[in-house]
Design a protein around this ligand. Structure first.
Ligand SMILES: NC(=O)c1ccc[n+]([C@@H]2O[C@H](COP(=O)([O-])OP(=O)(O)OC[C@H]3O[C@@H](n4cnc5c(N)ncnc54)[C@H](OP(=O)(O)O)[C@@H]3O)[C@@H](O)[C@H]2O)c1
Length: 305
């Protein structure tokens, strides 16, 4: 029997590697579009049409994960690269799908839960229906990213944008970094520690993608995050519990700003309050394997390298 083909644009990174393993294990033929050559990869530049577009013909699904890392200083040049890598890859994928003889029936485009404005203490959690869309740089990038997906002329292809929260895994993403900090006494509140953290176990990320692919009646924007966000203080407290370092270091905002400058990153990644609820996934009947952060960390921390 012919295997179903899944195309992962930008699938060489943290989430792409997990999706590759997950869907290969379920019998899919996974093809990765990458700017770097390698086994199972097809070359593209994330900007222009090319021979790679033939891979879309008859594919069962396409998922676009391409995007330059946001873990950098938001200089003008970096802002441009962050935005362009997302809008141009989405635009060219839309053009390629639109030109297919046998287009994939479903296209999932990554987006980010960072599309919502910083959640003030008195604001309810952001759902897809009532969430407050922000106007800062990263929030605008997310809107442009999604707009490219909706602007595509792909009438035979169901489209979903995945407003994904911080994905926790043992082999990449934010958790290994945070765990290293906790080991050295930095499992303490960052800033006030009252900012909300929305997160998702990487296995639930893959399971949610599978769920959305299978439910042909679903389209539009989906929040991909666990149903129980927690505060930064609670999150760090859970991590600290695993390492119990001999001393703890305070992390006031001013110190974090200096640290972020020296490490060439931005404090927004840890100080922005993100309170997001996966209302549409829950309404559709998706069941999380790791609904609480305590459960997710119990599974992941022992497997950290
Ligand atoms: N990880 C998270 O917690 C999280 C949360 C929310 C949203 N997201 C979004 O989900 C996507 C995947 O996340 P990830 O953690 O897997 O990221 P990642 O590990 O950084 O992988 C992203 C991939 O994008 C490709 N890429 C980078 N710059 C590019 C450019 N200028 N043009 C075209 N492709 C480019 C790279 O593939 P090649 O070098 O092989 O071409 C890279 O492997 C990203 O867009 C990210 O913003 C991630």
């Amino acid at each position: 029997m012919k295997r179903l083909k899944m195309l992962l644009a930008g699938g060489t990174g943290f989430l792409g590697q997990h999706l590759t393993r997950y869907f290969t294990g379920r019998g899919y033929q996974v093809v990765v579009l990458s700017r770097r050559s390698g086994i199972g990869r097809v070359a593209w530049n994330g900007r222009t049409l090319g021979p790679w577009t033939a891979e879309l013909e008859g594919a069962a699904a396409v998922i676009n994960l391409a995007g330059r890392s946001v873990d950098c200083r938001y200089t003008l040049a970096n802002k441009y690269a962050i935005t362009r890598s997302r809008t141009e890859s989405t635009r060219v994928l839309g053009q390629a799908i639109g030109a297919c003889q046998a287009p994939p029936p479903v296209w999932l485009n990554l987006s980010t839960a960072t599309i919502y404005a910083d959640t003030a203490a008195d604001r309810p959690a952001n759902t897809e229906a009532t969430g407050l869309i922000g106007r800062n740089f990263s929030e605008m990038v997310a809107q442009q990213w999604e707009a490219e997906c909706w602007a595509a002329a792909t009438p035979s292809t169901r489209r979903l944008v995945l407003r994904t929260a911080i994905v926790l895994g043992s082999t990449g993403g934010a958790l290994p970094v945070m765990a290293r900090l906790a080991r050295f006494g930095l499992g303490t509140p960052q800033g006030t520690g009252q900012q909300w953290v929305s997160w998702l176990h990487v296995l639930d990320f893959c399971r949610a993608v599978e769920f959305l692919l299978a439910r042909s009646e679903l389209d539009g924007a989906f929040n991909l995050c666990a149903p129980q966000p927690l505060t930064n203080q609670e999150f760090n407290g859970l991590l600290d519990h695993y390492y119990q370092p001999r001393f703890h270091l305070p992390q006031p905002r001013w110190l974090l700003e200096i640290g972020a400058f020296l490490l060439r990153t931005e404090t927004e990644l840890i100080l922005k309050s993100r309170k997001v609820i996966p209302e549409r996934l829950l309404q559709a009947g998706f069941q999380f394997q790791f609904p609480t952060c305590r459960q997710a960390l119990a599974d992941l921390v022992p497997r950290l390298p």
